[in-house]
Design a protein around this ligand. Structure first.
Ligand code: ZN
Length: 247
């Protein structure tokens, strides 16, 4: 079976002296593994498009439970990621999160749009890396079936309050007046962070990263998004641990 997909290369492993084994987020088949013979060689026709973080189109054929890349054409290289270790590390982490959350053999065009936008903003360096990370985390988890309920305080129905609490384990919010139960480990959200949380989950995907935040709000937003992510994936990601060594 031959097929052509659009995708982002999330991870590359060397295979032998000259081959590459790629993990690719595709528009039509979710996250797949694909083998590119000879692609480690710079002169190989598939060398450029099978590097990590490349967005392109891939002609594949299937052999058993793996895909083999026949032809490929890159469209975006996101070369700006190589300029800064923090932005690169956020990109690495989002790729690993994608591999955790996106199933194989299912349409994943929305995830691909999300990752294209995240990598573009990180590469162009016109949003803070923590903002891209937090917004991408909240959106990806929502797409993966972990949609939080950020509409109103779960107790009194208040939409706004100077202080809101986000409860990572349940994805709910509580106002500062009602408060939370013991053992819920809430994250405090001021008005800026609360707005950012709602935007990251409910805004049009095309506008996901189109906002900015003051430093204190960004810290709260970042803390809430990461706590929510960890409560859902329930494992330590190596790329996140590495990112923390720089933050
Ligand atoms: Zn309340």
């Amino acid at each position: 079976m031959n097929l052509t997909v659009s995708g982002i290369v999330l991870k590359v492993s060397q295979s032998g002296d000259s081959d590459r084994f790629c993990t690719i987020l595709t528009d039509t088949h979710g996250v797949i593994s694909a083998f590119a013979r000879g692609a480690k060689n710079m002169k190989n026709k598939n060398s450029t498009a099978t590097a990590q973080f490349v967005y392109g189109s891939y002609e594949l054929f299937r052999r058993g439970d793996r895909y083999i890349i026949d032809e490929s054409q890159y469209e975006e290289l996101y070369t700006g990621l190589r300029e800064d270790i923090l932005r690169l590390s956020v990109a690495q982490y989002l790729c690993q999160l994608t591999m955790e959350l996106v199933p194989g053999e299912q349409p994943a065009a929305e995830y691909l749009s999300l990752m294209r936008a995240a990598l573009w903003y990180l590469s162009e360096n016109n949003r803070l890396p923590l903002l891209v990370k937090a917004a991408a985390e909240m959106r990806m988890l929502s797409m993966a079936g972990y949609m939080p309920d950020l509409v109103m305080c779960r107790e009194c129905g208040a939409y706004e309050h100077d202080l809101m609490y986000f409860i990572p384990s349940t994805g709910q919010i509580c106002c500062g007046h009602c408060g939370v139960k013991s053992g819920e480990y809430p994250v405090k959200l001021g008005r800026g962070a609360m707005t950012a949380m709602r935007h990251s989950v409910y805004a049009d995907l095309k506008k996901l990263f189109a906002f900015s935040l003051q430093e204190e709000s960004l810290q709260q937003f970042s803390q809430a998004a990461e706590a929510f992510t960890l409560s859902k994936i329930e494992k330590n990601l190596t790329t996140l641990a590495f990112l923390h060594t720089m933050m």
